[in-house]
Design a protein around this ligand. Structure first.
Ligand SMILES: [Zn+2]
Ligand SMILES: [Zn+2]
Length: 405
């Protein structure tokens, strides 16, 4: 029986922000095989027959800076037209309050979904500590609170001292731990007080004068790269990372600048904790700071960590490769896995982070959870049953056993 641990998906993003979805995983939305941010890939109908047995639900509090300047004019016009009251409320919202709202939404949705589950169908189970994952039965899907972007913990207001802000942050981290948060992604699309982010604007191929060139896909969205470096005295980078490790919250370094990722690997080594990169590709295939160098892959493996390979060709392959191939992606994903096995000698660092219900473009041959069985099917040509189970399930479970303590 295939089982899959999804290190990164966004059900609460959809349930919280899309005005037509209510607090339940039950929905009756069709799924197109192309990019449509209004879809609901992780709806119950797509989960119940899928190999997914555990999902890290990344709560992404949309940054006010993103709403004000990251969404370009076209997107803003659409947002105002579709949901004006909602959009204006979002722009003024306190991120910490929004985060609580998203966590409540997820918890309510799990309860509401289970109320409508028929006999013999799978139930959702909120997992708030590692023992919940261990105790999972065959007819349950574990759902965990995770956070994408430490900006959700709030910004330092003008006039607030570094010390006072750090006290507030420590209390908030303790609260999140109490509530069962398993993992925090330090950075996302815009500046925060804790970790410098890369520019996550996607890069796409464009034909200019008969040549394929790489350009930023900023028609709808534009992200910003941080101009400060890890250790900057005005920020709380090292304190924040150390406190998460102390509390037993796993660190996710996706969207974090490369120099800062290396600093955190060092902190993880000191603390004896694994690290997660929850939805990434490799620089070997697409040389972008979002992706991981070979040296990093080896380092993450050494730390006992895991890389959730993303189901999105725009990060798995270079713009040129994307231009010269179709929209299917499973074979490309498997090629990346094979490269990692050759590089590291085994499969222990490989995992999956689908980014379903994020803003990424799906594979046409695997655009929703109940198509993930296809991945396992095609992996059989190259991997042993043991390797497949480690990649899809065991490696991520191991990381949470050692990191979510
Ligand atoms: Zn992301
Ligand atoms: Zn995400």
């Amino acid at each position: 029986m295939d089982r899959l641990f999804d290190l990164h998906a966004h059900p609460s993003l959809k349930m919280y922000y899309l005005p037509y979805l209510t607090r339940t995983f039950h929905a009756a939305l069709a799924q197109e095989r192309f990019w449509n941010p209004l879809n609901f890939q992780t709806q119950y109908g797509n989960l119940k027959g899928s190999p997914v047995r555990a999902i890290c639900c990344a709560h992404y509090v949309i940054e006010s800076k993103f709403l004000a300047s990251g969404i370009k004019q076209l997107g803003r016009t659409l947002a105002w037209a579709l949901a004006p009251a909602h959009y204006s409320r979002m722009r003024k919202a306190d991120p910490w309050v929004t985060l609580q709202g998203m966590m409540e939404t997820l918890e309510d949705a799990i309860a509401n979904t289970n109320r409508r589950v028929k006999a013999g169908e799978k139930r959702l189970r909120l997992a708030t500590r590692f023992a919940d994952l261990q105790g999972l039965t065959g007819d349950e899907i574990a759902v965990m609170h995770a956070i994408e972007g430490a900006h959700a913990l709030g910004d330092r207001a003008p006039g607030v001292s570094r010390e006072a802000f750090w006290e507030q942050t420590k209390l908030r981290l303790a609260e999140l731990k109490q509530r069962g948060v398993c993992m925090i992604g330090l950075s996302h699309f815009f500046d925060n007080e804790f970790a410098p982010q890369i520019d996550s604007t996607e890069i796409i191929p464009k034909v200019k004068d008969g040549h394929v060139v790489a350009v930023r896909d900023d028609q709808f969205f534009e992200m910003k790269r941080a101009t400060w470096t890890w250790g900057d005295p005005e920020h709380l980078s090292e304190e924040f990372a150390r406190e998460c490790l102390r509390l037993g919250i796993v660190l996710d370094l996706v969207h974090v600048q490369e120099h800062a990722r290396w600093k955190v690997y060092e902190l993880c080594a000191q603390a004896g904790r694994p690290v997660v990169l929850s939805h990434n590709g490799l620089q070997h295939f697409f040389n972008h700071e979002y992706n991981l160098s070979d040296a990093e892959v080896l380092r993450i493996r050494e730390l006992g960590g895991v890389i959730g390979l993303i189901l999105c060709k725009r990060w798995l392959l270079s713009p040129e490769e994307c231009h010269n191939s179709g929209a299917d992606g499973l074979h490309d994903l498997i090629e990346v896995m094979r490269y990692v096995r050759d590089l590291t000698g085994d499969v222990s660092v490989i995992g999956i982070g689908t980014d379903f219900d994020g803003l990424t473009h799906p594979f046409t041959d695997c655009c929703k959870p109940d198509e993930l069985g296809r991945l396992a099917y095609h992996m059989r040509k190259h991997f042993t049953p043991r390797e497949i189970d480690d990649i899809l399930w065991g490696n991520s479970l191991r990381v949470f056993e050692r990191g979510w303590v």
